[in-house]
Ligand binder design. Structure first.
Ligand code: AMP
Ligand code: MN
Ligand code: ZN
Length: 496
C-alpha cells in the first residue's frame, strides 16, 4: 500500500516538474488523448484487435463443441461472456436503453437480445448524428412535430410499456423499411448507383449497371458478415471501379448548355390559387406512370422531398412533391420506392427544367433511395444567393415574392406517418406549389440586377448543374478511387 502511494507521489513529482506536459494535459480532449484524431486512432486500433481476436475463436459447430468439452475452456467462455454482456449492458444503460442482455438466467431469447442491441445501436448512432449535426451548426429540434389533435398510435408491444422510452414516436410507427423490395444496405461496401436503365442517354450506361448478373450478386444482399461483403465486393468490382464511382449522367451534364430562351427575361406566370389547384396523391404504379407521361410533355416542373432520419442510420425519403403550372402531386415514396426510377425519363430530359429550392440534399436522397438523377436543374436557393436577398430560405422567398406566410412547423415532422394527416399534406404541397412562379421572378430579377446581361443568371444555372453532378457515396471509399469522382457527397461515409 505504502509502496504504491510513494510511487504515485513520485510520478506526480515527475509530471509537476515537466510544465510542458502539464500544459498539454490541460488541453487534452480526455485523459491520455490530445485530440479527437488521437482518440479515434486508438479506438480503431482497439476495435481492430477485438475483431481479430474474435475471428481467432473456435468456429461454431464441431470445432467449438470440441473445445467446449474441456471444463477449463467452458468456464473461461462463460466468465468472458458475462464480462462482455456486463460491459454492453452498462453502455446501454448509460444511453438510457433497455439492457436486459446480461440477464442470463431469464433465458432471454437470442433474437430478443439481438433486437435490444440493434435498438441501442440505433439510439447511440442517432445521438452521435445529432451531436455531429450540432457541431456542424445544425440545430435539430429533437421532438417531431405532430399536427394538433393528431394522436400517435398506442403502444402495442408489452415489451416497451415498462420502459422509460424517449423515442416514442419512432417505436410506434411500423418501420417502412420492412416492406421494401430490396434490403436497406447498411454494410460498409461503397454505395453503387441504383440505375439500371438510362433514359435520355447520349452516352450509354456502362455494362456494370446493365448486366443483371453482376448487379444481382451484390455481396450486401448475401448473408455474410459486413467485412466479408466488403472483401467480396472489392474483388468482384475491381474492373468496374471507374464506372461505379462516376455520375451516370456526367457526360450529358458536361454537354448541357442553357438555351437562349432560358437566359432571356421571362414574364412571371402567376401561380394558381391553392384552392383552385387539383391535388393528387400518388401511391400506385399506374398513377406514377401517368404522372411521368404528363411531366414528359412539360417544359418545367417543381420538385421537393421530405425525409426522415430520426432513427434510421442513413435516412429515408418519405415523400416527393411535384408541382406543374396547373397541378400539385404528392408521391408516397415509401410505397413506390422501387418504382420511382421511372421518373428518370422526365428528370433527366434536358429539355425540361426541374426547379428545386436548396437541392443539395435532395440530389443525394434521389440517388440513394430511387436511382434518380436530375439533368437541367434550377435551384432557387442559388438564385436567391446570387440576388443577395436578405435571406435565402424558402419561407423568405414565399413571403418576398408571393406574400405567403408559410408555416415551417412541419419541416421536422415524422414524414413516415400514414395516412398522412391533412395538415402535413397541405404543408408539403406549399413547398412546391409556388416554386415555378418564384423561378420566373428570380430569373427576371437576376437579369434586371445585371443590366439585362445574362452573366449572373448563367452563373446560377452553372451552380445548379454543379449540384446535380453530386455523386452520393457511403461506406469505405479507397483513397486511390477518389479521383474518379467529381463531387462527392459522403453520407457518414469514411474515406480511407
Ligand atoms: P425541406 O426542403 O425544407 O422540405 O426539407 C426537407 C427535409 O429536410 C425535411 O423533411 C427534413 O427531414 C429535413 N430538414 C429540413 N430542415 C431541417 C433542419 N433545420 N434540421 C434538420 N433537418 C431538416
Ligand atoms: Mn427541400
Ligand atoms: Zn419540403
Amino acid at each position: 500500500m505504502s509502496l504504491s502511494k510513494s510511487n504515485d507521489d513520485s510520478n506526480r513529482e515527475v509530471l509537476d516538474s515537466n510544465s510542458d506536459t502539464n500544459e498539454e494535459d490541460k488541453n487534452e480532449l480526455c485523459p491520455g488523448f490530445k485530440d479527437v484524431d488521437a482518440f479515434v486512432k486508438h479506438g480503431f486500433g482497439v476495435v481492430l484487435s477485438a475483431t481479430k481476436a474474435s475471428a481467432g475463436l473456435p468456429q461454431p459447430g464441431d470445432e467449438f463443441d470440441f473445445y467446449r468439452s474441456f471444463p477449463g475452456f467452458q468456464e473461461f467462455c462463460e466468465s468472458q461472456g458475462d464480462q462482455i454482456l456486463q460491459c454492453m449492458s452498462q453502455i446501454m444503460q448509460h444511453h438510457g436503453c433497455r439492457s436486459h442482455v446480461k440477464d442470463r438466467n431469464k433465458l432471454t431469447a437470442v433474437e430478443e437480445r439481438f433486437d435490444l442491441v440493434v435498438d441501442s445501436n440505433d439510439v447511440i448512432l442517432e445521438r452521435a448524428g445529432i451531436l455531429l449535426d450540432e457541431a456542424d451548426g445544425v440545430n435539430r429540434n429533437q421532438k417531431p412535430v405532430m399536427p394538433a389533435g393528431f394522436q400517435p398510435p398506442k403502444i402495442v408491444s408489452p415489451l416497451f410499456q415498462s420502459e422509460t422510452f424517449r423515442l416514442l414516436h419512432a417505436k410506434n410507427i411500423a418501420r417502412p423499411q420492412l416492406k421494401f423490395k430490396e434490403k436497406i444496405d447498411n454494410s460498409n461496401t461503397p454505395f453503387v448507383p441504383k440505375i439500371f436503365i438510362k433514359p435520355n442517354a447520349v452516352k450509354p450506361l456502362p455494362s456494370y449497371f446493365t448486366n443483371k448478373q453482376i448487379r444481382n450478386e451484390r455481396p450486401e444482399d448475401l448473408d455474410v458478415p459486413a467485412a466479408l461483403a466488403d472483401l467480396i465486393h472489392q474483388q468482384r468490382t475491381q474492373e468496374h471501379v471507374e464506372d461505379m464511382f462516376a455520375h451516370p449522367y456526367q457526360y450529358e451534364l458536361d454537354h448541357l448548355t442553357v438555351p437562349d430562351s432560358l437566359l432571356s427575361k421571362p414574364e412571371p406566370q402567376m401561380y394558381k390559387p391553392i384552392a383552385e389547384t387539383k391535388l393528387s396523391f400518388i401511391d400506385s404504379l399506374e398513377d406514377l406512370v401517368e404522372l411521368n407521361e404528363k411531366l414528359c410533355k412539360l417544359s418545367e416542373f417543381a420538385v421537393d422531398l421530405e425525409h426522415h432520419s430520426y432513427r434510421s442510420f442513413l435516412g429515408l425519403t418519405c415523400l416527393m412533391q411535384i408541382s406543374t403550372r396547373d397541378e400539385d402531386f404528392i408521391i408516397d415514396t415509401l410505397e413506390l420506392r422501387s418504382e420511382m426510377y421511372i421518373l428518370n425519363e422526365a428528370f433527366t430530359d434536358p429539355t425540361i427544367v426541374k426547379v428545386f429550392h436548396g437541392a443539395d440534399s435532395d440530389i443525394e436522397w434521389l440517388q440513394r433511395d430511387f436511382g434518380l438523377y436530375v439533368v437541367n436543374l434550377f435551384d432557387t436557393h442559388q438564385g436567391s444567393r446570387a440576388l443577395h436577398l436578405a435571406r435565402n430560405s424558402l419561407d423568405h422567398l414565399l413571403r418576398h415574392f408571393c406574400n405567403v406566410d408559410s408555416d415551417k412547423r412541419y419541416q421536422l415532422a415524422d414524414w413516415r406517418i400514414r395516412p398522412l394527416p391533412n395538415e402535413m399534406v397541405q404543408y408539403a404541397r406549399t413547398d412546391t406549389h409556388y416554386l415555378l412562379y418564384i423561378y420566373d421572378c428570380v430569373r427576371a430579377q437576376l437579369l434586371d440586377s445585371n443590366h439585362g446581361q445574362p452573366g449572373l443568371l448563367q452563373s446560377v444555372w452553372n451552380k445548379s448543374k454543379d449540384i446535380s453532378l453530386t455523386v452520393f457515396m457511403t461506406g469505405f471509399v479507397p483513397h486511390h478511387l477518389v479521383h474518379y469522382v467529381g463531387r462527392l457527397a459522403f453520407c457518414r461515409g469514411v474515406q480511407i
